[in-house]
Design a protein around this ligand. Structure first.
Ligand SMILES: O=c1ccn([C@@H]2O[C@H](COP(=O)(O)O)[C@@H](O)[C@H]2O)c(=O)[nH]1
Length: 276
């Protein structure tokens, strides 16, 4: 998907919501457990209920890989039914030496090889340029690099000040990696719990899209993320997983997920009018 297709969808839905498909077999409502593929049945209901309000879907690979081959099959079937206008993110956090990264890229971008074709994949940047560039070789595909993550451990390395520099490690990651590709193929993960850093991040990378997890269950503020992170083309995809997909554990789970997604979308519509 191109940047202009993504922006057109954000405008037409007045939304920059990404719904996270972190589908935990233990949390699926009990009435779905007798389905032949409960994970797929759950995802289908969530996607049907929320696609009016969401511009992107982000399955986290851990939830599928933990189930072995049947998890991979559920993922493949889920990807097939995500509406074509929606941006798809394989939250896989990959990255390795160049030839291995090339195969990871094929796994997520080359349907003829793996049966999967996502628009984007999350990648860890710490093995450097040669570990990221193989993902950037695919036309109209996106690499979403981890920059400043939402978890408490982001302080362990990402926030460390570099010696003889006024920059933190994550700032160096942003500035250096932005040279590896263009803002039409590179995005960055910045946690919503790190909204205090967004103004600084926008000084360093004004044009790139940011994938922002951490609102909802992790308590990040959508208001702050939107205020400090939005650029003139929105530049944000804000993810919420558990707060939407597990809004209810009963038979009304899909309707409740729609209610949550709609509430977030309505708040986003206001911020788009105000800031973009
Ligand atoms: O910094 C990061 C990077 C990735 N994630 C992922 O996003 C979702 C968040 O789920 P919630 O239920 O909305 O908290 C999940 O898949 C994480 O692995 C993140 O949270 N922070």
């Amino acid at each position: 998907m191109t940047r202009s297709d993504l922006y057109a969808q954000i405008r037409s839905k007045s939304s920059y919501l990404c719904v996270g498909l972190d589908t935990d077999i233990q949390k699926i409502p009990s009435h779905l457990r007798s389905e032949p593929d409960p994970v797929f049945a759950f995802n289908r209901a969530i996607i049907e209920a929320t696609h009016e309000y969401a511009v992107a879907y982000k399955p986290n690979l851990a939830f599928y890989e933990a189930l072995g081959p049947r998890g991979w099959e559920s993922l493949q079937k889920t990807l097939e039914i995500i509406p074509k206008e929606c941006f798809t993110i394989a939250d896989a956090k990959r990255g390795d030496i160049g030839n291995t990264s090339g195969l990871y890229a094929r796994a997520f971008f080359d349907k003829s090889a793996s049966g999967l074709e996502f628009d984007s994949v999350t990648v860890a940047p710490y093995m450097g340029a040669d570990s990221v560039k193989p993902f950037l070789a695919f036309e109209n595909k996106w690499v979403i690099l981890l920059a400043l993550t939402s978890n408490p451990g982001s302080h362990d390395f990402q926030r460390l000040a570099l010696k003889d520099s006024d920059r933190a490690l994550f700032e160096e990651v942003l500035l250096t990696s932005a040279q590896w590709g263009t803002a039409d193929q590179l995005m960055y993960v910045v946690g919503a719990t790190r909204a205090d850093q967004l103004a600084r991040i926008r000084e360093l990378i004004p044009d790139h899209f940011l994938l922002v997890p951490g609102v909802g269950a992790q308590g990040g503020s959508l208001a702050d993320v939107s205020r400090y992170g939005m650029n003139s083309q929105c530049g944000l995809l804000v993810n919420s997983s558990r707060a939407i997909i597990y809004a209810s554990s009963g038979e009304d789970f899909a309707r409740r997920a729609a209610d949550e997604a709609r509430a977030v979308q309505q708040e986003m519509a206001g911020y788009l009018e105000q800031y973009a």
